[in-house]
Design a binder for this molecule. Structure first.
Ligand code: NAG
Ligand code: NAG
Length: 263
């Protein structure tokens, strides 16, 4: 769409909203990540997500295994893409978006000053001083080090271990992962690793599991909720007192739940 396109100038109004808030640099961290991937933001404007996190020993007080799954599995592919500093092809459209969505000329933006920015509408919980200090420390000291010899060897190893974890999550969920945020990021990470590889192809085959066409357009489910849905269906069927007539269905449902247990 053109910058002023869409129904009732939707694009123009959306862009005004963004520019009134200091441009797209005020987007929250996940948005910064996706824009950096697209090439509308720089990775140096993102707070570090070092893949070395996946190398920490399990007895460490802070460790991926001690994080909630949704948080852990979102940051897993993000840290891979961050560690690779992956950026898609800069097409004329991307260049145009760079002009449309920022308030300053793209090449003059001081990225390091944008890392902590977040529009007040998107700030669910203000960053604590500890968080800011941790990020600034990682940004100023460890990132430059980890991108230079000899520490870049550690980064290579960390990227490999992170990718192993991504493949493990993909295989154990049969490429559905645990939600659409994780799914798209894991799929992209697999593509970055090898665009012709089997992992990316297997991911592609499960995209349709997330999509459905509703009366008002294409939708994407947040979560692969088959287990959740099946358990509600089964409860409803049991409440109907028709168990005598629907035995085979209940049995299939039970088998499905049993086979779907992911620990
Ligand atoms: C970016 O901003 C920081 C902090 O204000 C400053 O120290 C640095 O010199 C600036 N970089 C450039 C290239 O202007
Ligand atoms: C199913 O049976 C129970 C126990 O007999 C009864 O309380 C309940 O109302 C019945 N449910 C339906 C939907 O008929």
């Amino acid at each position: 769409m053109e910058p002023d396109g869409g129904l009732d100038n939707a694009c123009e109004r959306a862009r005004k909203w963004i520019l009134d808030r200091g441009g797209v640099t005020s987007i929250p961290s996940w948005g910064k990540t996706w824009l950096a991937i697209l090439g509308i933001f720089e990775w140096s404007g993102c707070n570090p997500m070092p893949p070395e996190f996946w190398l920490l020993p399990s007895y460490f007080p802070v460790h991926p295994a001690k994080m909630m799954c949704y948080c852990r599995i979102v940051y897993m592919p993000m840290s891979y893409l961050y560690g690779k500093k992956f950026v898609g092809t800069i097409t004329p459209l991307i260049q145009q978006l760079r002009e449309e969505l920022h308030v300053e000329p793209y090449n003059e933006i001081n990225w390091s000053t944008k890392r902590h920015l977040c529009a007040k509408e998107d700030l669910h919980y203000p960053h604590t001083l500890l968080q800011i200090l941790l990020w600034d420390g990682l940004y100023t000291f460890s990132e430059p080090l980890l991108n230079r010899w000899p520490c870049n060897k550690l980064r290579e190893k960390a990227l490999k271990v992170t990718m192993d974890h991504i493949h493990y999550e993909d295989e154990s969920s049969r490429y559905i992962t645990i939600g659409c945020v994780e799914k798209t990021l894991c799929m992209l990470a697999c593509w970055v690793e090898d665009p012709n590889g089997i992992h990316f192809k297997k991911h592609l085959a499960r995209v349709v599991d997330y999509l459905w066409l509703a009366e008002d357009g294409m939708k994407m489910q947040s979560f692969g909720s088959q287990v959740w849905d099946a358990s509600f269906f089964l409860q409803a069927l049991l409440a109907s007192n028709l168990s005598d007539e629907i035995g085979p269905t209940l049995k299939k449902g039970h088998d499905f739940l049993k086979n779907s247990q992911v620990s």
